[in-house]
Design a protein around this ligand. Structure first.
Ligand code: BYC
Ligand code: FE
Ligand code: FE
Length: 470
């Protein structure tokens, strides 16, 4: 079944009606979710109609549905990609065995932990972004923010469905806790570092959707390979939603760059700040900050957890089908570790380096984004070039957290770091300046001083469309 039943309290394509116990349990969680949305989701705007897309089927054209919806009335539901008949486990020790339709008992705890970690990021991001509506640079951007927010809410539903359906009582407890942890709360924080970082201005929001949602893309690609079939199917559908989030980040930062380039050419020799634009080197510092924090989200370079997840067939590699050896048992991975204060070349069993393998794909994808931004600068004939910080730069997780590294990944001392960190990461003054620009622009078609208009509107609408009815 690919069509989605919208007559139900919880829209779904998993025949929820056929399992009354499960349906009741999820319908009991639903008001708690809505209460969380009301208190931790976007502040205000819950009574405004927003031009949102809603999935009406999981087919390719299932996204055709756009309309005005108040966010609390968005039809959050449970949508899985169709089952592939005869699907088998695609990697690890169980290669070729039938994919699991139930949780394999021996892997229950690992699997639950993976699902909870994935789930936790979704509400966290909504919490991080909750104030941004008040300073949106245009109605177009306001609408995109809310689109991202409701879809992250749906991603939480996707994971909660798995917890409730396949993990019994402890799954239900985990689902409740997902509504209790809070981004940035010292006593009860979200699980992963980046999801506790404040994201309170729109340059940060665009960097977040560029770099942090892109971690989402690669983690989902790895989980979409899972031998636990319901997880694979739900992640495959989530990936179709994720593409829009990265579009918002990629083009959002691109439009900020575009605007700065325009101002630079209109007022040669002047500080663009005077004209309400953001200097390119400040944009670069925000890139450095969010790219490095999001690079942490792959975990340690050498990790027995990652080896276990792979061996067990729970979490694969992105694009597993591109590899020839799906067992990865006799292969190795060479990397520069940072041990006792020195970079040391080491060769480790490939399975232990699966976090790094996934991070490699992520870094490659980020690099393409940087090139897109540089084409904008080039088009304007300016000399500035953006760059991706080296993966060792500013890390808090893994080997490199133990040292200091410059943007090229060279180890440096604490004094050198302190002397230069203000050129690499946003300073208080940079943040204060960016914050000073964050004034809402709600007139249809108008843009804030620091951002260029989008190339086109949503779903073939004109860019001065009234995307949010205020
Ligand atoms: N911050 O063996 P290690 C998304 C912990 S984003 C804090 O290196 P492992 C989205 C780790 O939990 C995608 N702690 O790591 C984006 C472990 O803790 P314990 C989210 C961290 O286990 C935008 C310890 O360090 N999905 O969807 O191989 C908006 C040693 O860990 C961090 C997933 O992450 C960190 N950055 O794996 C909305 C997929 N990194 O057990 C949504 C599910 C590591 O010693 N998660 N630790 O207490 C996983 O696959 C893995 O848990 C990880 C790390 C990739 C996160
Ligand atoms: Fe998500
Ligand atoms: Fe996302």
């Amino acid at each position: 079944m690919t069509g989605i039943d919208y007559t139900q309290k919880i829209p779904n394509n998993v025949d929820l009606q056929g399992d009354k116990r499960l349906q009741r349990a999820l319908e009991a969680w639903q008001p708690n979710y809505l209460e969380w949305w009301g208190s931790m989701g976007p502040t205000d705007f819950n009574q405004n109609e927003v031009y949102l897309r809603t999935a009406i089927s999981v087919d390719k054209d299932g996204w055709a549905h756009y309309g005005f919806v108040r966010m609390p009335e968005y039809r959050w539901g449970i949508f899985l990609n169709p089952a592939e008949p005869g699907r088998t486990v695609g990697f690890g020790d169980h290669l070729g065995e039938p994919a699991w339709q139930q949780v394999p008992g021996e892997y229950r705890n690992w699997l639950r932990r993976l699902i909870v970690t994935q789930a936790d990021t979704e509400p966290a991001s909504v919490e991080q972004q909750r104030l941004l509506g008040h300073t949106a640079p245009s109605l177009y951007d306001l609408r995109n923010l809310f689109q991202v927010n409701v879809e992250e809410g749906r991603h939480l539903w996707a994971m909660v469905y798995l917890l409730h359906t396949y993990f019994g009582r402890d799954g239900r407890e985990e689902a409740d806790e997902l509504l209790q942890r809070r981004s940035g709360n010292a006593d009860h924080p979200r699980i992963l570092g980046t999801f506790n970082e404040p994201c309170q201005d729109w340059l940060s929001f665009f960097c977040f959707t560029m770099f942090t949602d892109r971690d989402g893309k690669f983690q989902l690609l790895a989980l979409a390979e899972s031998g636990f079939d319901p997880l694979a199917r739900t992640c495959r559908f989530m990936l179709t939603e994720e593409a829009h989030h990265m579009f918002v980040g990629q083009t959002g930062v691109g439009r900020v760059i575009e605007r700065t380039c325009q101002v630079t050419k209109e007022h040669p020799g002047k500080d663009v700040r005077e004209y309400g634009a953001i200097p390119l080197d400040v944009i670069q510092k925000y890139i450095n900050y969010w790219a490095s924090s999001s690079t942490d989200l792959y975990g340690a370079e050498v990790s027995s957890n990652s080896a276990n997840f792979f061996s067990a067939g729970l979490k694969g590699r992105a694009y597993e089908e591109r590899y020839t050896d799906h067992k990865a048992l006799n292969e190795t991975y060479a990397l520069d570790r940072f041990l006792d204060g020195k970079l040391v070349h080491e060769v480790v069993p490939l399975r232990n380096a699966m976090n790094e393998v996934l991070r490699d794909e992520y870094v490659k994808d980020n690099q393409k984004g940087i090139e897109y931004w540089n084409r904008i600068v080039e088009k304007h004939g300016l000399d500035f070039r953006f760059r991706l910080p080296h993966r060792r730069f500013n890390r808090k997780i893994g080997d490199y957290a133990a040292g200091r590294f410059d943007l090229d990944g060279n180890p440096i001392g604490e004094a050198a770091w302190n002397a230069q960190v203000g050129e690499w990461l946003p300073t208080d003054a940079d943040r204060a300046f960016v914050k000073s620009l964050m004034k809402p622009v709600y007139e249809p078609g108008k843009m804030a001083s620091w951002i260029a208009p989008p190339a086109k509107g949503v779903n073939d609408t004109p860019t001065d469309y009234e995307y949010v009815k205020l």
